[in-house]
Write a protein that binds this ligand. Structure first.
Ligand SMILES: [Zn+2]
Ligand SMILES: [Zn+2]
Length: 390
């Protein structure tokens, strides 16, 4: 079978399964589970892969909702990454039901390529993208090391293959003051809320003097008990983001100084904790990106490589991109004014058009896997770029 016939067969395999895949996507969408609690979604996905001939292990890397489905043996190894966590209150407003569905669809489609050409396909179930950097935890515990390529498609408002994402680390802070009657004995109190407000103001002042792409943003999660009690305790969660790890380290220190200064000013005691893992900045493998783009175009879906000056938030796919040649194309499922992490996007993630778009992306990912398995020179090309950008 020549490569074009193989690619046509892959597309037919995915088309033939679109009713079940649509049902899977809808089921995950209608039963949203937040980061690391995706019990039903991960079970449904693992089951689907098992039914389709994959050897599936669940609860890998000590994460109950992570899994790995493997088809074939030995090198090369091509991975598709599934995400399936939802957002608190908003449900699937990031469309991870579609990411999950397209990853298993790509896996099932790429079986044809493995049967013809050898090598292996792995579908990784990667939980907790939105809150806990699940892939960073998995990477830290040894995952993704021996992959020749990793692919994942994310639904978006527009199309582009290249996805730039910032390095990001979560900071939890608390201030401990002393309670007192706010009117009768204010001089006896130490105001933990004022310490928090001063910290926000100090960070606002800092923000003028940081690099353009860096971001610092937070919310107060405990702001005190009652207006007539001097707040004895406050808490906040911040995200600190930067273009690269080096600047993130510099910025982290500057941000901490804002909190420390507020503690000194008010007499409140500061406690803080950085998350154990960080989201790494994304490194797009352009060789892989071009292959994906060509396959998408052959399906009648033109997609630009993308604007390198445009930056998104952060993703733990960045951590995978440090270990293997990786892409995360954004595939449009709604008009550009429908923004991710909104109720409108959650509604868009349940439509038939969105499913069709992501299943075409799944075909393009599986066809790209066929390109890689068919020609060792292609894999050498990805690897050479990966080594150069390390
Ligand atoms: Zn998201
Ligand atoms: Zn997302």
């Amino acid at each position: 079978m020549d490569i074009e016939e193989l690619k046509a067969a892959i597309a037919r395999e995915i088309d033939a399964r679109s009713p079940q895949l649509g049902e899977l996507s809808r089921k995950i969408h209608d039963n949203p589970e937040t980061a690391m609690k995706e019990r039903r979604a991960s079970a449904w996905l693992a089951e689907y892969l098992k039914e389709n001939g994959f050897a599936v292990e669940t609860g890998i890397y000590k994460l109950p909702t992570a899994f790995r489905g493997r088809y074939g043996q030995g090198k090369p190894v091509i991975a598709f990454l599934a995400e399936y966590d939802a957002l608190p209150k908003l449900g699937h407003a990031c469309g991870h039901n579609l990411i999950a569905t397209s990853a298993v669809a790509a896996g099932v489609g790429a079986k044809r390529a493995v049967d013809e050409l050898g090598g292996s396909i792995i579908v990784y179930g990667t939980p907790g993208e939105e809150a806990d950097a699940g892939k960073a935890i998995m990477a830290h515990r040894g995952a993704f090391k021996d992959l020749d390529a990793a692919m994942i498609t994310h639904p978006g408002g527009g199309h582009q293959v290249v996805m730039n994402a910032l390095a990001c680390q979560t900071l939890d802070v608390e201030f401990f003051g002393r309670a007192a009657h706010a009117a009768a004995d204010p001089e006896a109190g130490i105001n933990a809320l004022e310490a928090m407000i001063l910290s926000f103001n100090a960070i606002d002042a800092l923000r003028q003097h940081i690099k353009e792409k860096a971001r610092i943003h937070g919310i107060i999660t405990d702001g005190g008990e009652a207006p007539n009690i001097v707040p004895a305790h406050t808490a906040a969660t911040f995200l600190v983001r930067a273009e690269d790890d080096e600047y993130l380290d510099i910025l982290k220190e500057k941000v901490l100084n804002c909190f420390a200064g507020a503690a000194a000013a008010t007499g409140a005691e500061l406690k803080y904790k950085w998350a154990d893992v960080r989201y790494a900045a994304m490194r797009n493998n352009m060789t892989l990106a071009r292959l994906f783009r060509k396959n998408m175009q052959s399906l009648g879906r033109p997609i630009p490589l993308g604007d390198n000056s445009k930056w998104s938030g952060s993703t733990d796919v960045g951590n995978v991109s440090r270990l293997a040649p990786t892409i995360q194309p954004m595939v449009g499922i709604a008009s550009k004014d429908v923004l991710i992490h909104t109720p409108q996007f959650a509604a868009a993630a349940a439509t038939k058009e969105a499913l069709r778009s992501l299943l075409d992306a799944a075909k393009a990912m599986a066809m790209t896997a066929a390109d890689l398995l068919a020609d060792p020179k292609t894999i050498a090309g990805l690897r050479a770029e990966f080594q150069k950008n390390k």
